[in-house]
Design a protein around this ligand. Structure first.
Ligand code: URA
Length: 191
């Protein structure tokens, strides 16, 4: 598999797990290829399932606001999820569903060649950073894995439910912009 369009086509036809039976659309991911900064959520919700685009519901609107705080937009970062099909009733994706789907994300990351990967919430952080990752204690911290910097911030849905988490997330976003600038991420090159 040598390009994102071919990978997307394969993913759109995927029936590797039970979520294929209940999905409306596969939500593969959006953004430029390559991308220096990649955001990874957990899985599509209802609006995303209907539209085929990640983060277009209420949490997505908040994600757009979070991106704009650090001078990013959908045109200059990549946004995707751990699982590409909606778990019914927005439950957490099960380990076997994540296992069935993770190959697509691994391939996306290989093609994107990001400098920074931002996990949105606990599920993505546990899958991409460490299985015992504790989002309340470890959000905003940085880890290097195979030369790529990883961090996790609260999921926008968590910030909709609990506004008291927003100031910490604001600080995490500023740290993200700082790290991305320090690493010379192309989004910040003209500054
Ligand atoms: N929540 C996610 O984790 N991903 C989406 O795409 C939408 C909501």
């Amino acid at each position: 598999m040598d390009n994102m369009d071919a990978l997307c086509e394969k993913c759109l036809a995927c029936r590797n797990c039970g979520l294929a039976a209940t999905r409306t659309k596969v939500v593969f991911g959006v953004g430029p290829v390559p991308s220096d900064v990649v955001f990874v959520g957990e899985g599509p919700g209802q609006q995303e399932d209907l539209s085929g685009e990640p983060f277009v519901g209420a949490a997505g609107k908040l994600l757009d606001d979070m991106l704009s705080i650090i001078d990013l937009g959908r045109q200059n970062c990549y946004i995707c999820n751990i699982v590409k099909c909606r778990p019914p009733q927005n439950r957490d994706p099960m380990p076997e569903e994540q296992d069935a789907c993770i190959g697509y994300l691994e391939e996306q990351l290989r093609l994107l060649r990001p400098k920074v990967v931002v996990c949105l919430g606990r599920i993505a952080a546990m899958r991409l950073i460490r299985p015992d990752f504790r989002i309340t204690r470890e959000h905003g911290q940085w880890t290097e894995i195979d030369g790529v910097r990883y961090t996790a911030i609260y999921h926008p849905s968590a910030l909709l439910r609990d506004v008291s988490k927003r100031p910490e997330t604001f600080a995490d976003l500023l740290s993200l912009r700082e790290k991305a600038r320090e690493l010379g991420c192309s989004e910040y090159k003209s500054e």
